[in-house]
Design a protein around this ligand. Structure first.
Ligand SMILES: C[S@@+](CC[C@H](N)C(=O)[O-])C[C@H]1O[C@@H](n2cnc3c(N)ncnc32)[C@H](O)[C@@H]1O
Length: 288
């Protein structure tokens, strides 16, 4: 029998220090949602928007070191409103990360399908967050087939009456070199998704105030890793990333500074063989 081993490593501590203990070029995907500036001060502290970039850069420097050249870093973040306008710390962070050596490859939008209704004097309710993709090189691993979606109703109406143009290749009018031949999609039942992700938030049954839905890490784990690869979340919270990675047969490392959340994340994987070393937890699963 071909035995594969999946390792989940949950670490208690500050990721700025704990990341230094990980090997160079050892991680395939980093996916994380760091504390947003000044938010949830009462639960796990907040970093002032003015200090956010300065606080983040030493951590992202270590991430750059531990990520494989073929790897991807996914950052879920959203700027808060300060004195009636959106603060620019996320934009400043993007520029600073580029200076640090990251390629800013893509920006996905996470549309929160179930955001609460509300009334604000000068804006509407927040219903989306940024999910930024950074890479170490332009040649990174990506498994696009793994996230294909059913063609759905769009195809039924769009492909019903094909024009002459649809049957031939329609070259880009702006000279971008991109063209499309709609008829090619006629024989397919799946298409590639776009960069807007529609996931509902999950907060009902967790003892953490800012969990992201399992569907979020799951989608990126599918897109950027294969079984046996290693996923890192340096701001682990309740352990969503490590839980999902384990279920998907990926090795994972999670770092969480608060013992309460570390214990939550640990409880998720405690049902298997356990060795507790220096407040780190190593779980090894023997799988067929
Ligand atoms: C937005 S929450 C992450 C929630 C997580 N995605 C989940 O689904 O549960 C950010 C987490 O980062 C932790 N944190 C803040 N600063 C940290 C640091 N320097 N090192 C490690 N964890 C930190 C906080 O305690 C918090 O649990």
């Amino acid at each position: 029998m071909n035995m594969k081993k999946v390792v989940t490593n949950i670490i208690l501590g500050d990721s700025k220090e704990k990341l230094t203990e990980l090997g160079d070029n050892s991680v395939d995907l980093i996916i994380t949602s760091p504390p947003y500036a000044d938010q949830r001060k009462n639960t796990y502290g907040g970093i002032s928007p003015e200090k956010y970039v300065e606080w983040f850069l030493p951590i992202s420097k270590e991430m750059l070191r531990v990520l494989k050249p073929s790897g991807t870093f996914i950052l879920n973040i959203k700027e808060k409103v300060v004195s009636g306008e959106r603060h620019t710390y996320v934009l400043e962070l993007i520029l600073a990360l580029r200076q640090q050596g990251w390629f800013w490859t893509e920006e996905f939008i996470w549309h929160k399908k179930n955001s609460f209704p509300g009334k604000w004097p000068n804006r509407f309710r927040d219903s989306w967050e940024r999910v930024l993709q950074f890479n170490k090189s332009k040649d990174f691993s990506m498994y696009q087939e793994a996230v294909m979606v059913l063609v759905g109703d769009w195809a039924k109406s769009r492909l019903k009456n094909l024009s002459v143009k649809d049957l031939s290749r329609d070259e880009s009018k702006v000279g971008s070199g991109f063209g499309k031949k709609i008829a090619n999609w006629l024989i397919r039942d799946k298409v590639y998704p776009n960069n807007v992700l529609h996931f509902a938030t999950e907060c009902g049954n967790k003892s953490h105030s800012a969990v992201f839905p399992e569907a979020l890490p799951e989608w990126f784990i599918k897109l950027f890793t294969k079984e046996g690869d290693t996923v890192l979340d340096p701001f682990l919270g309740s352990g969503t990333t490590t839980r999902v990675a384990k279920r998907m047969n990926r090795n994972s490392i999670g770092i969480e500074v608060l013992e309460e959340y570390y214990n939550l994340a640990k409880a998720d994987v405690l049902d298997k063989t356990e060795t507790n070393k220096n407040k780190s937890l190593f779980i090894e699963l023997q799988q067929a």
